[in-house]
Write a protein that binds this ligand. Structure first.
Ligand SMILES: [Zn+2]
Length: 302
């Protein structure tokens, strides 16, 4: 029996044990290259690398964490050298992303979906990225968003990599985004619909699981109220009972340096939340499937 799968890490393709605990949607760092050029005080990367590595090392010892999927797309500061440093210092394997975030950008705005897809595919090849990040946020999926989704779909077919979608579960724009990807003939097993733990509407979540997409309950970290924790455990169990245990992913979507605020700074992410509050209350086999099996089958496009 083969107990290993090949995963594209920041250090190249690597055989990873199937018994690996994975965090499937986190960020070491989301930042602006422009601000980093303008101010030395904006981000101290060596300190960020050391702090991030300490956290991951600790999680490796405490929870057996061995694989970390960093979902930062290229245009909000993906830095492969930084991720390599963190991986080297922590001993945790890291998968990086390629692809673009949803915000309008003057340069990207001028390019066709085909040209952008070529950039994504070439970057995936150069960096050994393991996932394509794509994103929609607002109620209206704009023509620019549609172009980026099409570019992601074209790049998916060139590379075979899964697409991890940032969606807004409150305005339910995931429906439109997935429709566009499917319209470009992306196989649903290569789509992860992200940030679905932001809603309690299980029927909405099931729409994606029914199609065969992965559904990511990947924003569980900032609420320690017992009723919230219970509602999320019930949500996981309900989706498993409906037959979708093999489509579920859990994570936090938290970062060590998060540029989306007025005064960004290096901070401690809440990556222990699901290990402390959620996992101990799940059936052992379900927990094993969600933490160990599903992230690897997702990365392998199964
Ligand atoms: Zn994210």
């Amino acid at each position: 029996m083969n107990n290993f799968v090949e995963v594209r890490t920041v250090f190249g393709k690597k055989k990873i044990s199937k018994n690996t605990v994975t965090l499937s949607h986190e960020h070491i760092c989301c930042y602006s290259e422009y601000l980093n050029i303008m101010s030395k005080g904006y981000l101290d990367k060596p300190t960020l690398a050391e702090k991030s590595a300490d956290i991951l090392k600790n999680m490796k010892e405490k929870y057996g964490l061995a694989l970390f999927i960093d979902c930062t797309p290229v245009n909000i500061g993906r830095d492969v050298e930084l991720l390599k440093k963190v991986s080297e210092l922590s001993g945790v394997d890291i998968v990086c992303s390629t692809g673009f975030y949803y915000n309008d950008e003057p340069i990207l705005d001028c390019m066709s979906a085909r040209t952008l897809a070529d950039f994504i595919a070439e970057d995936a090849n150069n960096t050994c990225a393991g996932v394509i990040k794509s994103a929609v946020e607002y109620d209206t999926v704009s023509p620019f968003n549609i172009k980026l989704l099409k570019a992601s779909a074209l790049a998916q077919k060139k590379t075979g990599l899964p697409i991890i979608l940032h969606t807004n579960a409150n305005n339910k724009n995931g429906i439109k985004a997935v429709e566009i990807l499917l319209g470009e003939n992306v196989n649903p097993k290569n789509i992860v619909v992200g940030h679905l733990s932001d809603t309690n509407d299980n029927e909405y979540i099931k729409n994606f699981a029914k199609l065969g997409c992965y559904v990511a309950l990947d924003r569980m970290y900032d609420n320690e109220r017992q009723d919230y924790i219970t509602s999320k455990i019930n949500q996981i169990n309900a989706l498993c009972e409906a037959g979708y245990a093999d489509r579920l992913l859990l994570s936090h979507d938290d970062s060590v340096f998060q540029g989306f605020c007025d005064m960004p700074q290096i901070k401690a992410p809440r990556w222990s939340y699901m290990f402390e509050h959620i996992v101990p209350k799940l059936d052992e086999n379900i927990a094993k499937k969600i933490l160990k099996e599903n992230p690897l089958t997702m990365l392998c496009g199964k």
